[in-house]
Design a protein around this ligand. Structure first.
Ligand code: SF4
Length: 472
């Protein structure tokens, strides 16, 4: 059940006459990573051509717009959903024409020192057109004194802290970069003679590209007429792959660090059943993200998995204001309980996380109203206590229910008969136990532990300012 919002998805392709069509398909497969806006920029070897708009990929692009994007190289971007039309200025890819030529950039992630850098750049006279931290990177690249673009990008990113999986496009090249911690995913593949990049491997499946490997944390890959060149300019550091990508964000058919996300989620469910078994008759998933974990839970517990909740896939934005008389309107638009499945049953309900608690409360109520005798809530991750500053749009920590209430207090709030969260050890075991290609990875788990792998420069300054310790 989507409660946290994924920030973005990126795609890139070098050397294919169908570049814009393939980027369209790639973005289509990455749509779950952002539904607010989408954009494609292509290169015909001399000029860049762009089209971006608010809305879903399939609404923004059609035959006419795609044929207006000529060229054999392209990058694309999908952005997360927020309300308000003022977000048009934040659509990506960003395209600039500076004294060294044209450059397009698409970014997934979030810089933790963006405000600090922006203040500095504005102090030097820079004028910003958007509120995205991506524009900070653009300004740093433009003002670099380095000769070659790769060196300019490296110099700019050396100043940036936080999470970035980036795609760049120039008239002659495509460049992919992943931050040294590897927070957000980025993979490389091939399609005939073309090189492709995407946030997730599911984009390759759709265009029938072959997965080659991950873009390594701290790696910059340049693809141009000289072939594929890899640079490791940022030095080695401990990796911090976002563990929430496995729990909720990524598509289950994708592979992250060589692991299939569906298998990891199923394993999370098995661990959850071991840690928090329930005396129940049936297991029900909160669709869609809770489904693989519910399958694992049911298998481990030896209980039948039933479809007690049905999700509507056709929920767009609604502008109807709910009346007091039609409560739970929001959740009812997305989910409906199947009475025949739930009536008289002791139900274990599996979800991936609880953010504010309001949705879980409504789901429990919905299941009880459908006649369930008992409702046992199980969550396939630890309590979400802290905000993410690395590219996931989480509420302020004060709004996270687990930040202020303990497990039993949350249980009372959501009105379930019992509540069990998977431990962090259980999450890591599930990730580690899943067949993988890589090994020895380390993960970010800051939203559960508050241990942030990269310093929160901007946050620290805001806090110091609030405490009167920081001037300016
Ligand atoms: Fe992922 Fe949580 Fe770390 Fe953000 S804080 S990168 S959501 S694990």
């Amino acid at each position: 059940m989507p409660k946290l919002k994924e920030e973005c998805g990126v795609f890139g392709i070098y050397n294919n006459l169908e570049a814009s069509n393939l980027t369209y398909l790639g973005l289509h497969a990455l749509q779950h990573r952002g539904q607010e806006s989408a954009g494609i920029v292509t290169s015909d070897g001399v000029n860049l051509h762009k089209h971006k708009d608010m809305g879903l990929v399939s609404d923004i692009f059609d035959e006419a717009t795609l044929s207006g994007l000529p060229g054999q190289h392209a990058i694309g971007h999908v952005r997360y959903s927020t309300t308000g039309s003022s977000q048009t200025k934040n659509m990506q890819p960003i395209v600039i024409n500076y004294f060294r030529g044209a450059l397009a950039i698409a970014h997934n992630g979030n810089l933790t020192n963006a405000k600090t850098l922006r203040d500095e750049l504005e102090g030097e006279g820079a004028i910003f057109q958007s509120t995205t931290d991506t524009e900070v990177i653009v300004h740093l690249i433009a003002k670099s004194k380095e000769e070659k673009l790769v060196r300019r990008i490296i110099e700019a990113l050396t100043r940036c802290k936080g999470a970035y999986s980036l795609m760049f496009l120039t008239p002659e090249s495509v460049i992919a970069v992943r931050d040294p911690y590897g927070f957000r995913p980025l993979v490389m593949g091939k399609l005939g003679d073309s090189v492709v990049f995407a946030s997730e491997t599911c984009a390759f499946d759709l265009i029938e590209a072959e997965y080659t490997r991950e873009v390594e944390p701290g790696e910059l890959i340049l693809v141009d007429k000289n072939g594929v060149q890899s640079f490791k300019p940022f030095g080695e550091t401990k990796h911090a792959y976002c563990v929430f990508e496995y729990i909720y964000f990524a598509r289950p058919d994708s592979f992250l660090t060589g692991r299939n996300v569906y298998q990891v989620r199923k394993e999370l469910g098995k661990q959850l059943a071991k840690e928090h078994p329930a005396d129940a008759d049936i297991v029900v998933a909160v669709p869609d993200s809770g489904v693989p974990s519910a399958m694992g839970f049911a298998e481990e517990a030896g209980l039948p998995l039933e479809m007690g909740l049905l999700r509507s896939h056709y929920v767009g934005r609604t502008f109807i204001q709910p009346q007091q008389s039609i409560r739970n309107f929001g959740v009812k638009l997305k989910l409906n309980a199947i009475k025949e499945v739930l009536e008289g049953k002791r139900v274990v309900i599996i979800d991936d996380s609880i953010v504010r608690g309001t949705t879980s409360r409504k789901i429990v109520k919905m299941i009880r109203s459908a006649g369930a005798k008992e409702v046992h809530m199980r969550i396939s991750s630890p309590p979400t206590k802290f905000s993410c500053y690395y590219g996931i749009d989480t509420p302020l920590k004060e709004e996270l229910i687990a930040n202020s209430l303990d497990v039993d207090e949350i249980r009372k709030y959501i009105t379930s008969d019992s509540l069990g969260y998977l431990s962090l050890e259980g999450v890591m075991k599930a990730v580690e136990d899943t067949k993988k290609l890589n090994g020895g990875e380390t993960f970010c788990n800051a939203c559960f532990t508050g241990k942030y792998p990269v310093e929160l420069t901007d946050q620290k300054k805001i806090k110091q300012k609030q405490l009167g310790l920081f001037g300016g």
